[in-house]
Design a protein around this ligand. Structure first.
Ligand code: 8YV
Length: 322
């Protein structure tokens, strides 16, 4: 009997694939420095039994029309806005994601952005390297601190709660907005549920962690930024499309908010001449929320387990919920 064929749209370290090579024939995309091209994706999906994909691979109706044997498709991400789920499901294909394993790494990165923007770390690093440090003065590169400040978390899922726990340790007051109330966070972290508008008005740090959906697309628009405090800092570790980037740029330039920390952009990789990249009060990262060595390994293993489980007739561990 032939082994099932699994295609992975990026390079993966051999040591992680090894335990699964007796179950499936596994092939990965060849180049480390460029994403899989559309033609290869079409050819591979045509005869793959299982696939592991990344956020930048759009898995839509047109592509799925090529799939003849596909039984499972595992996204190397907790988000799955690149999946046209209705097209995947009507073909009986199992779709999976990587929840939980990336919660702590992403919450850490969110906190790194809070500190980097609040305490102006990247500006300060540039200042030293550029030889501008000539003397010490009391307010040289003075930032804003976390203690006693209000953090407003929009999207209180697993990562939101992990950020809230860190915020508690830093002495912050926690506000949140979410589709459902989070009783445990309210009880254990004294997190306060707010409307979106209240949260914008009251928060010193507004943290966006909501998934990208029809409802959240463009949620942070001109009106939203205009309701935030002039001293506030906006952090986005969810999806670029949740933010109207032009509105964010104007809010920053006009001083209607103080700064921003962005791990995600509307179009990724972001163009080097993007206006937001010219602003000193913005810290930009290349979508590395979950990028710790430990977490990326766990995400890859979870994808491989999901795919091989389904191909061997078992349940996926983390199917995307209906
Ligand atoms: C991705 C992410 O894992 O999990 C998500 O939804 O945004 C990241 O952690 C990364 O972009 C690789 O696809």
């Amino acid at each position: 009997m032939r082994k099932p064929y699994v295609y992975i749209t990026r390079q993966i370290p051999e040591k992680l694939l090894k335990p699964y090579q007796n179950i499936a024939e596994i092939k990965t995309w060849t180049y480390e420095d460029q994403p899989v091209d559309a033609e290869t994706l079409k050819e591979e999906i045509a005869h793959a039994d299982g696939m592991i994909t990344m956020l930048s691979d759009k898995i839509d109706e047109e592509l799925l029309e090529q799939a003849k044997n596909l039984k499972v498709i595992a996204n190397l991400a907790v988000g799955y806005d690149n999946f046209e789920l209705s097209s995947i499901r009507k073909r009986g294909i199992v779709a999976t994601n990587t929840p939980d394993v990336l919660t702590n790494a992403t919450a850490d990165l969110t906190f790194a952005l809070l500190l980097a923007t609040g305490r102006r770390l990247i500006e300060a690093d540039r200042f030293v390297r550029e030889g501008k440090w000539k003397q010490w003065s009391p307010f040289l590169l003075a930032g804003t601190e976390m203690n006693q400040k209000n953090i407003g978390i929009v999207g209180m899922g697993r990562i939101g709660e992990a950020v809230a726990r860190r915020a508690k340790g830093f002495g912050m007051n926690i506000l949140y907005h979410n589709r459902t109330r989070k009783e445990q966070a309210e009880r254990e972290l004294a997190a306060m549920y707010c409307s979106f508008e209240e949260l914008l008005k009251e928060s010193d740090f507004v943290v966006c962690l909501t998934p990208l959906t029809k409802e959240t697309n463009g949620l942070f628009n001109e009106e939203a930024f205009s309701q935030m405090k002039q001293s506030s800092i906006f952090i986005n570790v969810s999806r670029g499309a949740v933010v109207d980037e032009q509105a964010l740029y104007h809010a920053l330039v006009s001083g209607s908010i103080r700064g921003a920390g962005l791990d995600v952009f509307q179009h990724e990789p972001v163009e080097p001449n993007h206006p937001l990249l010219n602003l000193n009060q913005v810290v930009c990262l290349p979508h590395i929320g979950s990028a710790s060595e430990e977490t990326r390994e766990e995400m890859i293993i979870l994808c491989l387990e999901n795919v091989t489980n389904v191909l061997q007739g078992r349940e996926a561990i983390t199917p995307i919920p209906y």
